[in-house]
Design a protein around this ligand. Sequence first.
Ligand SMILES: C[S@@+](CC[C@H](N)C(=O)[O-])C[C@H]1O[C@@H](n2cnc3c(N)ncnc32)[C@H](O)[C@@H]1O
Length: 284
Amino acid sequence: MILREALRQAEARIAAGSIPDARLEAELLLMHALRVERAELYARLEDPLPPAAEDRFQALVDRRLRHEPAAYIRGRAWFYGIELVVDHRVLVPRAETELLVETVLGLVKERFAEGQPCTIADVGTGSGAIAVALALHLPGARIWATDVSPAALEVARVNSVRRGVQDRVELLPGDLLAPLPGTVDIIAANLPYVRDADIPGLAPEVRDYEPLSALAGGPDGLDVVRRLLAGVRDYLRPRGAVVLEIGLGQAEPAVFLAWKHLPGCAADLVRDFAGIERVLRILT
Ligand SMILES: C[S@@+](CC[C@H](N)C(=O)[O-])C[C@H]1O[C@@H](n2cnc3c(N)ncnc32)[C@H](O)[C@@H]1O
């Protein structure tokens, strides 16, 4: 069978499995099976698919049809223009979280001279997506990245080493801010914020494959954020800031929590591309 036909058949199987973007999914899986980039795939569309690669390809399509996220199958995900290693130990970094990175970069630009040292905590670092992106864009920053999951920190370590920022990203196991060795200028966090009642209705890719400890935020989704905000005061330097990713409908309660625990702070919200208030910026 030639590559074009293999792609056509895989696309039809994936579409029949009600998975959107079937053509794109099929191409990504075939690229992975052949270990080639897209340009090479297109150049070889009329070539025969070697039997071993065909077996690998069918196995990958089968996994996708069982709703395993494409990022886990390929072991890679793009975040803020950076290719990260990901697997079942970590949440697949989301496009919305790029807005959090963008917000922190804007804040550093506002408050620090270029290259001026600053210290940032990335709480619940998972794959290290936020910490690595910030380290690459802020050469003067020192970053402490915490996670309660030692398995997630192993993935974050791989990513920080692959991107050459391991000297400025320190990975610390433990609960929220407790592992930090001192105070910081900015606390950034994309913590679990899915409401318990919403978990059964999540896409199977998320519900059945991503770590529950990266998703579940209690009855209103804010359990972990609430505990974080209750403790931030002791870890913030003067003129410090907290930048949090939140979910739909959580802006108002999250702002009240900020006012409660950081009296006198200024809080504003950044909307994502869907118009949802996605990032809460708290300035002291
Ligand atoms: C939504 S994921 C975000 C991962 C990554 N920051 C990103 O944006 O892709 C939340 C992460 O927080 C971690 N986490 C959950 N509870 C935590 C806690 N109490 N202290 C530290 N990390 C926690 C989870 O293990 C998970 O890696």
